[in-house]
Design a protein around this ligand. Structure first.
Ligand SMILES: [Zn+2]
Length: 172
């Protein structure tokens, strides 16, 4: 995807979200190319704070499709992390919230990082790799799939868990 297409896609998808009134603050989704105007690499960061101390923090990191082709304008999503849980006090140097894995474990986090696609579900451990997650292709998960799942989870007061909402099954 190219950056201008991404901007349009993000705006369209964002417009479809129906937020409940319990959002106390939302920062983002912020997105910007980090080196060349209108081209990869670009970042997306999005932080949603709810009135019960929970929060969602999502980021995506998009890289040039090929480092070989000079001036490549096509980006690929090389890394992302979509987190939902209680909010701690630690912040990243960039000002976005840092993970606090012991005091504020994930209720759900979906990650694509050098470990490979995996999730954290009702706790930081274990890392549940893709081969144990049936019904959901982790690397294709969009930030909007995640935010809509969070809103649905909150609407149901946690009575319907994320695996049912997002149609995945964790196998042994
Ligand atoms: Zn992880």
């Amino acid at each position: 995807m190219r950056y201008p297409e991404y901007v349009v896609w993000l705006k369209e998808q964002y417009a479809k979200i129906v937020f409940e009134p319990d959002v106390v603050e939302e920062i983002g989704p912020r997105h910007n190319p980090v080196r060349f105007p209108g081209s990869p690499p670009w970042n997306m960061d999005w932080w949603i704070k709810f009135n019960d101390g929970k929060h969602a923090y999502l980021y995506e990191r998009w890289f040039p499709m090929s480092s070989l082709s000079r001036g490549s304008t096509v980006g690929r999503r090389g890394a992302f992390s979509f987190h939902y849980g209680t909010l701690g006090n630690k912040v990243r140097p960039t000002g976005w919230p840092a993970r606090e894995k012991s005091g504020h474990p994930a209720i759900l986090r979906i990650d694509l990082d050098p470990k490979g696609p995996h999730i954290h579900f009702n706790g930081e451990e274990p890392h549940i790799m893709q081969d144990k997650v049936k019904g959901m292709r982790i690397e294709d998960t969009s930030p909007f799939d995640f935010v809509n799942a969070v809103l649905s989870y909150r609407k149901n007061q946690g009575q319907i868990d994320f695996d049912a909402i997002m149609n995945f099954t964790v196998v042994k």
